[in-house]
Design a protein around this ligand. Sequence first.
Ligand code: PGA
Length: 251
Amino acid sequence: MRKPFIAGNWKMNTTAESSVALVNALKAAVKDVTTVDIAVVPPFVYLAAVAKAAAGSNIAVGAQDVYFEGNGAFTGEISCDMLKDVGCKYVIIGHSERRHVIGEKDDLINKKVLAALKAGLKPILCVGELLAEREAGKTAAVVTEQTTRCLAGVAADQLLNVTIAYEPVWAIGTGRNATPDQAQEVHVMIRKLVAKLYSQELADKLRIQYGGSAKPANAAELIGQKDVDGLLVGGASLKADDFAAMIKAAQ
Ligand code: PGA
């Protein structure tokens, strides 16, 4: 049995005050939840304060990105050890906004995944096709290539520290979620790929989240799919009540 995992990616939102208020409200709303892994993913500058507020609760904290080098002259970047130092357990790597707005490629994302695992952080590796790629029938090819390249060099005994998030780019922030069938189809494909790259046993244990306009109204149906093991939530994670409702839908 894969334990559901719901993570809230706050993206470039909140303030020093509202980030702590949001995690405090969420803490109260989900305090009795034990059967779902929960994470919030604030902007870098609020990580320490949010982690402090969440300490001792059932809410873990993650970062939205990381750099693969350990330290040194990398202006503007943040290392794995820095994230751990401020209380992060997870790190999102290869989010579509970093791929398509900032221009990150699979080889950089792969280096970040390897560095995070080596440092003891748990990567949430995002993959997903553009609308034009889906319409051209290339979804499987794109997701296969991204997953294979970004997992290169990840050892079998490290794999279960990774969560894969399938996030079709056309569904992110658009209000147009993938249908449960569309999500399930790609999740099955990813799991088969992981079985081929590693083993059926590891593939059966690996958690695959769906992301892209997930909200309270569609959460239960999406999570109800056999191979959808949780959600990576953007917009709807900025409201404690909405995000809590989605976590409860996964219970
Ligand atoms: P959204 O974002 O829920 O706002 O569509 C999801 C994501 O980018 O992780």
